[in-house]
Every structure is written in structure tokens, then in C-alpha cells.
Design a protein around this ligand. Structure first.
Ligand code: URA
Length: 424
């Protein structure tokens, strides 16, 4: 039998926590036996003294065991993807139907946006009629009949993480690799996919600002997946520039449909195909070429069926903003930088994101980046197009765009989008 004080003291003094200590403290916290102030102290001790790979894996198991675990039965391999979040990161939208069209089943339980990174559910809710909340039976049926489902995580998954994440948010203990990795993986493992690919982003628009930190997080995530018998790999991808040209909700849906119809910006296509290849490899389907399937139109067909199955009308016009403001180039030259974080914050201020989790989002709000680094520009050309239904938000959005792009005389050196792949 343990007490919270013993567990806190052990970690405070730099010791490893035993499996039994971890199981007890996570369970007791979920049940309200360990108080918030005690878990806050323990989270800070973990933040300062860390947890090794085995402790982190056990902590993750304890969080998975705090709630239900989905056991999805489908007659094809299941594979899931998780992104640590970025600006203009709409990749789940084309990726899930593409990988399903290639022969895997993709149960993609997603979240809403908070802060400067958008949420997949907020984006899809821009489609008239589309419904995020599905029962486990509906998820199961759609997975069997369509092959892909993107919906809200059911509340019974990893309740310990929900409670602990809210606590970390207000105790300056979010930025701890073992706590982040166990938080992400507890939700993914509870979804029950047999393989998982992580898109771990680095750069100004990402949660991890440096490649070094992103690599440490990717290593921790892959090691937890492996310890739980789930084939897991991670791509390290650049998030210093927004992905694609659209940042927001309806605008990102429109761009995803372009990709599914064979067009779209080259970086969005590149990352969609890179993640699809990795997911197919993890699912044992590496003989299928996702580029050919994308070009055939089959992924778009799965998209239409996936949206229709959740009450959406895939052919309905997407919401348009009441106000559009264009930022133009002041000089001739070449766009040398476009800062993902500044664009993410501006889109959020225009109404595409929320400050508190209960806030609504505007489906039509967002930003179109008419120019990306390396593109030539002439004075007067549009660089950014701001969309909103609340024009009073424009000054704050424009303030956050100060210095968000630069125009130089020479093209910037090309930056690779996918920097590395981490496998166990
Ligand atoms: N995302 C999560 O789900 N958990 C964290 O701790 C950080 C980001």
C-alpha cells in the first residue's frame, strides 16, 4: 500500500518509480483519492527528474487502463496516424480516405483545436451536416463499410489523461517528454489500432520548436508503442512554414478536396504520400502505391462515402466569410520566409481557433497564403488573404502578422519537409 507522499518523495529524490507505485498513483488520481495538489507535485517532480523508458511505458499502460479500450473488429489491418499538431496541418483529411482506398482500415479519433494549431474535427465541421460524435457501434460499422472514420474520441478513453492534462496545463508541467509521450500514446493505444504512424513536427508552428526535442519525443513515442506491441514509427517533419496554402477550417477542407481530386499544393501531397507509405508499410501493405491510388480517384470516392456516412454533404458549398482582407507585397523580390506560428496565431484571432475549449469556432475563418517561400513576388501582389465573419478581429490578426514574412532578393535554400523516419 502506498501513499501519495511516498510516491512524490521518491520522484522528487530522483528515484525510479516502481510499476506498482505507478499503477497505484494513476488509478488513485483518476478515482479522486490522490488530490490535484499531490498530482501537481508529482507532475513537477517528473518534469524535473524525468522518467526512463520503462517507467514511461508503465505510466502509459496505467493511463490506458483508467478507461475503456476499443476493440475494433475489421477484416483488414487497422492503422492510425497522429500528428503533434501544426499550422495548416489538414493531412488527416486526405490521408485517412487514401489509406483506406489502399486496403487498410483507418480509425482516426481526433480532437479539436486549442491555441494556434487547428483541430481536425473543427475543420470537418465546416462541411454542412457533418457529425463528429459517433457511438462505438457506428465507428465499427463505418470502419467495416467505408474503411475510414474520423470522429471525436469517446469520453471513456484514457480518462486519467484528460484529468492529468488539464492539471499540467495550469501547473507549467506540459513540456515534459515522458508526460507528453504517455499522454499522446495512452489515447492512441486505447483506440486499439494495431499499427500507428506519428507525424512529429518541429519548428515555430509546432509544439516542439527544435529538431532535437522533436527527435527525443519521437523516440519516446515509438518506444512506448513498441513496448505495447503496436507497430509504431514516426516521421520528423518541418513546421516552420504553414503546410499548404490554406490555414483555417473550410479553407483547409477545400484544399484537402483538391488533393483528393489530384491537385493541391505540392507539400500537402508530399506529406500525405509519405505518411500513407509509412502507414501502409506498418499495416503490411507496402506493395500498394498510394500515389497511383490517389491519381485513380478512389481516395476521393472513399472521402465522399466517409463524409456522407457521418451526415455530411460532400458536394455542398463550403461556408464563405463575410469579410476578406488582403495583405500585399510592398516590394518586388522573392518570398524568403513565412512564419508558421504567426500565421497560426492570426488565423486563430480571425476566429478559426478557440482560446478556451468551450468557445465556438468560425467555419469560414482562416488565411490563404497566396505566396510561399521561394515564390517570386511583385509589389502589390497578394501575399495573405484573411477571412473572417468578425471584422473587428482584423486589427489583432494583422498585429500578429507583423514581420511574419520577408521578401528578399534571392530564393531561400529549399528545406526538406520530411527530415527523418524513426523506427523501433
Ligand atoms: N498532446 C497531448 O495529447 N498531450 C500532451 O501532453 C501534449 C500534446
Amino acid at each position: 500500500m502506498f501513499t501519495a507522499i511516498d510516491v512524490i518523495r521518491a520522484k522528487r529524490d530522483g528515484h525510479r518509480l516502481t510499476d506498482d507505485q505507478i499503477d497505484w498513483v494513476v488509478d488513485a488520481y483518476t478515482r479522486g483519492v490522490v488530490a490535484d495538489e499531490q498530482m501537481s507535485a508529482l507532475a513537477m517532480a517528473v518534469y524535473l527528474n524525468g522518467m526512463d523508458a520503462a517507467e514511461t511505458a508503465r505510466w502509459t499502460s496505467a493511463m490506458v487502463d483508467s478507461g475503456e479500450v476499443l476493440s475494433l473488429e475489421v477484416d483488414r489491418p487497422t492503422v492510425d496516424k497522429h500528428s503533434t499538431g501544426g499550422v495548416g496541418d489538414k493531412i488527416t483529411l486526405p490521408l485517412a480516405p487514401l489509406v483506406a482506398a489502399c486496403g487498410a482500415a483507418v480509425p482516426q479519433l481526433s480532437g479539436r483545436g486549442l491555441g494556434h494549431t487547428g483541430g481536425t474535427l473543427d475543420k470537418l465541421e465546416a462541411i454542412p451536416g457533418w457529425r463528429a460524435q459517433l457511438s462505438v457501434d457506428e465507428i465499427q460499422r463505418q470502419l467495416s463499410e467505408v474503411g475510414a472514420v474520423i470522429c471525436a474520441a469517446t469520453t471513456g478513453l484514457a480518462p486519467a489523461d484528460r484529468k492529468l492534462y488539464a492539471l499540467r496545463d495550469v501547473t507549467a508541467t506540459v513540456e515534459s517528454i515522458p508526460l507528453i509521450a504517455s499522454s499522446i500514446m495512452s489515447k492512441k493505444l486505447a483506440e486499439g489500432a494495431s499499427a500507428l504512424v506519428l507525424d512529429v513536427k518541429f519548428g515555430s508552428g509546432a509544439f516542439m520548436k527544435t529538431l532535437t526535442d522533436a527527435r527525443r519525443l519521437a523516440d519516446a513515442l515509438v518506444s512506448i508503442g513498441h513496448a505495447h506491441g503496436v507497430r509504431t514509427s514516426a516521421l520528423l517533419t518541418d513546421m516552420s512554414v504553414p503546410l499548404g496554402r490554406a490555414v483555417g477550417n473550410a479553407v483547409e477542407v477545400a484544399e484537402s478536396i483538391e488533393v483528393l481530386q489530384g491537385g493541391g499544393p505540392s507539400d500537402v501531397v508530399e506529406l500525405t504520400l509519405a505518411l500513407a507509405r509509412e502507414m501502409l508499410a506498418m499495416a503490411g501493405l507496402s506493395h500498394v502505391d498510394p500515389a497511383a491510388v490517389l491519381a485513380s480517384g478512389q481516395a476521393y470516392e472513399v472521402w465522399s462515402r466517409m463524409i456522407t456516412a457521418q451526415g455530411g454533404d460532400p458536394t455542398a458549398p463550403l461556408p464563405r466569410p463575410t469579410h476578406v482582407h488582403t495583405v500585399v507585397a510592398e516590394t518586388d523580390g522573392t518570398l524568403s520566409t513565412l512564419d508558421a506560428y504567426a500565421i497560426g496565431v492570426a488565423a486563430w484571432r480571425l476566429g478559426a481557433g478557440r482560446a478556451r475549449k468551450e468557445d465556438p469556432v468560425q467555419p469560414a475563418a482562416g488565411i490563404l497564403c497566396h505566396t510561399k517561400p521561394g515564390d517570386p513576388v511583385r509589389a502589390g501582389d497578394p501575399i495573405l488573404e484573411l477571412h473572417t465573419n468578425t471584422p473587428e478581429a482584423l486589427p489583432a490578426a494583422l498585429a500578429s502578422l507583423e514581420g511574419s514574412f520577408t521578401i528578399g532578393t534571392t530564393a531561400p535554400a529549399p528545406r526538406p519537409l520530411v527530415v527523418d523516419t524513426i523506427r523501433p
